[in-house]
Design a binder for this molecule. Structure first.
Ligand code: SF4
Ligand code: SF4
Length: 126
């Protein structure tokens, strides 16, 4: 079984361009929405994302919507803790495919590191 983890040198989920995330208002509070918009840079990337290292500049203090944690996913998306692994994998696959492409190095590395044996771009975690 594939096991979710955040792989290094990715950052696909830090491309916050709201036009690509039309459902924000469904799972963010007004306060979080304001925080979200305040983080979006002109190029669509989070202003706290370091493009050289591809790391978060405020990792320890990152917002709830950046955290792959059971409580956050339950509150935001109604995902039960036992569903978190597969849901998080699908989220990453979607972000990586949208941003880098389904045959990108990022996709290949993610699949390898979480243990997905299928070809890149296959959205299955089992
Ligand atoms: S898309 Fe997934 S693997 Fe990539 S940085 Fe975000 S959480 Fe990590
Ligand atoms: S706050 Fe950090 S984890 Fe969240 S989108 Fe920005 S760079 Fe990524």
């Amino acid at each position: 079984m594939a096991t979710w983890r955040c792989v290094k040198q990715c950052g696909a989920c830090c491309h916050l361009d709201p036009t690509e995330r039309p459902d924000l208002e469904e799972y963010l509070s007004n306060e979080e929405l304001a925080l979200y918009f305040s983080l979006v840079g002109e190029d669509g990337w989070c202003i706290k994302f370091n493009k050289q290292t591809r790391e978060c500049g405020i990792y320890a203090d990152r917002p709830r919507f950046c955290r792959v944690e059971p409580q956050a996913f339950q509150e935001m998306y109604g995902i039960e803790p036992e569903e978190l692994n597969d849901f998080a994998i699908d989220c990453c696959l979607e972000h990586i495919e949208d941003l880098y492409g389904d045959r990108s190095l990022e996709m290949i590395r993610f699949n390898q590191e979480v243990g997905i044996l299928a070809h890149p771009g296959t959205r299955s975690s089992n």
